[in-house]
Write a protein that binds this ligand. Structure first.
Ligand code: 6GU
Length: 225
């Protein structure tokens, strides 16, 4: 899978995608992330990418021309199944959307800044608008990093234990059960006996019960879905 990301702040995206599982995904050739610096498409000798908004009001708006030139250049090189604009007024990201997007071949992400992007870019190019939650970030880059991470780890072969993504929180609309590692006792806190029993069907049942209980307590909305 290839993901292209259009941004005015490439540095903000480099580090989050160069470690741990995202690093492995790229090293194994399962995920290719290409960051496109919008500044290169900026206008004039200052490479301008934003301007004052029509109608007045505080805050700059990202101009259509550099974005259009950038998107057209990328689209001429490959076909994108989705062109995604990261924005707080998009559909709220969830595991189901991540699962669906992980099946695509090429995705193009557009990171907004300032007051956002000229509406005509959204009308002409954008096929999907995604928000990562009900709060406002200063730009789309951190949201893009979240989206790439959540998709990238689902690609077959990225996680070492092939099945492990299937047991994540949210995959069955259930939160994950509690987990423990050594030592068996630390300053009076003990690991539940069942996990030491060696009875794997009983352990699985316990985990399921714990997941259910945790979901009922913390996220009853997930069970209602
Ligand atoms: Cl995708 N972008 C921005 N700027 N803020 C957000 C967001 C995205 N999702 C939640 N808040």
């Amino acid at each position: 899978m290839r993901i292209d990301i259009i941004t005015v702040l490439p540095e903000l995206l480099h580090s989050p995608l160069q470690h741990s599982i995202m690093k492995r995904a790229q090293e194994r050739g399962l995920l290719e992330v290409c960051i496109e610096d919008l500044r290169a498409y900026g206008l004039g000798k200052h490479k301008q990418v934003d301007d004052y908004q029509y109608g007045g009001g505080a805050g700059m708006v990202m101009m259509i021309e550099p974005l259009s030139n950038c998107v057209e250049t990328l689209k001429a090189q490959r076909t994108y199944q989705e062109i995604i604009y990261l924005t707080p007024d998009g559909v709220r990201l969830n595991q189901s959307i991540c699962n669906q997007l992980s099946l695509k071949e090429n995705l193009l992400l557009i990171c907004g800044h300032y007051k956002g992007i000229d509406e005509r870019v959204r009308e002409k190019y954008v096929t999907l608008e995604i928000s990562i939650g009900d709060y406002v970030l200063s730009g789309g880059e951190l949201a893009a990093a979240v989206l790439v991470d959540s998709i990238g780890r689902l690609l077959p072969g990225v996680l070492n234990d092939e099945t492990s993504a299937l047991f994540d929180s949210f995959q069955d609309n259930l939160l994950a059960p509690p987990v423990y590692t050594r030592p068996v006792e630390f300053k009076g806190q003990k690991v539940p006996d069942i996990l030491l029993s060696g009875n794997f069907s009983a352990i699985e049942e316990w985990r399921y019960e714990q997941a259910l209980q945790r979901t009922q307590q913390r996220r009853p909305d997930l069970l209602a879905e």
